[in-house]
Design a protein around this ligand. Structure first.
Ligand code: PEP
Ligand code: MN
Length: 358
C-alpha cells in the first residue's frame, strides 16, 4: 500500500468519525427531548424493556466484522451515557442549585442574616435542662453580642433510656429566656406532628442529623414560613444532603441553612470527621448558607477553636457550638460542651480571627 493510499484511508476514517460524532449528537438531542417528555409525564427515565428492544433491533441488523458482543458493549455504553445526560439535566433543575438561582439566598432570622457574607455564631447548650441553665448561657451570649441561641428540647438520643429532653416545656424556657434578652431560638423538632406547635416558640427549626432523610418531616417544614437549619446525616453524601434540602424547598420554603456536622468514618480520634471541604462544595453547588457545627463534628473541646477557625477561613456563614454553665453535670454531651469562661475565650479569639480575615 502506498503512503498516498494510507493517507486516503486515514482521511476516510476521520470522515466516518465525524459522521459518528454528528450522529451521536443527534441521538443525544433526541434523548434529551425524550427526557423532557418523560419528566412531564412523570415516567422514570430508565426503561429496561425499551433498552432490550433497542438491543434486539441492533443484533438483528448487525452483520459487519465486529463480534455481536462488541457491538452490544458499544451500544450499552451509548445508552448509559444517554441516561447520564438525562440525569444531568435533572440535576440542573434542582431548586437548591446555583444553576437554578445564581445569587445567594439570604436567610433572615429576626434581622440576623445568613448568606450575605457575615459570619454568625449559634451557641447554646446541647439540651435544655432548666430555666436557670438556659438563662445563664443566654446572659453570657448577650454580653458577647450574640443573639442566636440553640438548645435541644426534643433530643434524638441513641439510647431510648437516655434523657429525651423536656419537650414543649423546653421550648417554653427557650422562648422566655430569648424574649428577655432579645434573642432568637434555634431548636430541633423530631416529628411532623410537633412542627405546628413549635412555630410559636422557635425562630429556626433544626432538623437533626438522624432525621436528614425523614422525608415527611422535610416536607412538613417545607410548607411553613420559618427558617430551617438542616444538619447533614451521619453517613450522608453531599448529594444526599442536597437532595434533603430539595425536599424542603420543593414545598415552597427556601429559608434553609445547611449544617455540616461531621460524618462517620473509620477515624476514632474524633467523634465524627469534619468534612471541611463540604463547605465550599455546598456553597458552589447550592445558593444556601452553610454552617459548621464544631461540637458534634469533633466531640473534643480542644478542637473547637482550630476547626472553627478553619470553618471561618473556608467561608462558612456561621459556627455552631455547645455551651453549658456546668458541663460536668450536663445531661447530654457532657464531655464536649464549653463552660462560660471557655465560651468567652472561644468567642474573643474567633472575633479577633475574623477581624484578621476581613
Ligand atoms: C444537636 O445539634 O443538638 C444534635 C443532636 O446534633 P446532630 O443532629 O448533628 O447529631
Ligand atoms: Mn449535643
Amino acid at each position: 500500500m502506498s503512503t498516498n493510499e494510507l493517507a486516503e484511508l486515514r482521511n476516510k476514517i476521520d470522515e466516518v468519525n465525524l459522521q459518528i460524532l454528528s450522529l451521536l449528537n443527534q441521538r443525544a438531542e433526541i434523548v434529551q427531548e425524550i427526557g423532557t417528555q418523560k419528566e412531564k409525564q412523570g415516567i422514570i427515565r430508565f426503561d429496561p424493556v425499551r433498552e432490550r428492544q433497542s438491543l434486539d433491533l441492533i443484533n438483528e441488523n448487525h452483520n459487519g466484522p465486529f463480534e455481536t458482543s462488541t457491538i452490544q458493549h458499544i451500544f450499552k455504553e451509548i445508552f448509559k451515557a444517554s441516561l447520564e445526560l438525562q440525569e444531568d439535566n435533572h440535576k440542573k433543575a434542582l431548586l437548591v442549585s446555583r444553576k437554578a438561582r445564581p445569587e445567594n439566598t439570604i436567610v433572615d432570622v429576626n434581622g440576623e442574616t445568613f448568606g450575605d457574607g457575615s459570619q454568625r455564631f449559634i451557641m447554646g447548650p446541647c439540651a435544655v435542662e432548666g430555666y436557670e441553665q438556659v438563662r445563664s448561657v443566654a446572659k453570657a451570649m448577650k454580653e458577647q453580642g450574640l443573639t442566636l441561641i440553640r438548645g435541644g428540647a426534643f433530643k434524638p438520643r441513641t439510647s431510648p433510656y437516655d434523657f429525651q429532653g423536656l419537650g414543649i416545656e423546653g421550648l417554653q424556657i427557650l422562648r422566655e429566656v430569648a424574649d428577655e434578652f432579645g434573642m432568637s431560638v434555634v431548636s430541633e423538632i423530631l416529628t411532623p406532628q410537633d412542627v405546628e406547635q413549635a412555630l410559636d416558640y422557635v425562630d429556626v427549626i433544626q432538623i437533626g442529623a438522624r432525621n436528614m432523610q425523614n422525608f415527611e418531616l422535610l416536607k412538613t417544614v417545607g410548607k411553613v414560613k420559618k427558617p430551617v437549619l438542616l444538619k447533614r446525616g451521619l453517613s450522608a453524601t453531599i448529594d444526599e444532603f442536597i437532595n434533603a434540602a430539595e425536599y424542603i424547598i420543593s414545598q415552597g420554603n427556601d429559608q434553609i441553612i445547611l449544617c455540616e456536622r461531621g460524618i462517620r468514618t473509620y477515624e476514632k480520634a474524633t467523634r465524627n470527621t469534619l468534612d471541611i471541604s463540604s463547605v465550599p462544595i455546598l456553597k458552589q453547588e447550592t445558593h444556601l448558607p452553610v454552617v459548621v457545627d464544631v461540637t458534634h463534628s469533633t466531640g473534643r473541646k480542644d478542637l473547637l477553636f482550630p476547626t472553627a477557625k478553619a470553618a471561618l477561613a473556608i467561608g462558612a456563614d456561621a459556627i455552631m457550638a455547645e455551651v453549658h454553665p456546668d458541663p460536668a453535670v450536663a445531661l447530654s454531651d457532657a464531655a464536649q460542651q464549653m463552660n462560660i469562661p471557655e465560651f468567652n475565650d472561644f468567642i474573643d479569639k474567633l472575633q479577633e480571627f475574623k477581624d484578621k480575615l476581613a
